[in-house]
Design a protein around this ligand. Sequence first.
Ligand code: FEO
Length: 164
Amino acid sequence: MISRTMQDALNAQINLEQASAQLYLAMSAHCEGRSFRGFAHWLRVQASEETAHALKLVDFLLDRGGKLELQAIMAPPTEFGGVIQVFEQTLEHEKKITARISALFELARSEKDHASEIALQWYVTEQVEEESNVGQIVDQMHAVGDQGGAIWYLDSRMGKRGKG
Ligand code: FEO
């Protein structure tokens, strides 16, 4: 049986993953509105990954006999600026998630909750990949700038995410 403290912390993380899905869906729509369909696609895939992250935690919580307590999901902004700013904000957001996962991992340790600690290892690893991927995209965007053909080339490459 999971402790009340750990249950609350996992419920909070589930909410944050859902809020991330909302954020990336809003960003995707923002890019789509500017005809950057590749970036929009990449962010739409990212949104569904965030939902999967939330559901993975839901399953873990339920497997441990915990109670799922869903909360209202914070509304994302409606304006994000240019596409480079969108991905800079994505990177900042992922850094925040990494900090939250680290805190959750520390909590599992201090609670001597080994099962949670092991389950959270997946998220620790995932955050390394998330930050690396988004960091690379931001670097590439800075290199090409948001004017001219190169940004559209990048857009078309990002549109291939998950398509083999
Ligand atoms: Fe679920 Fe992008 O962190």
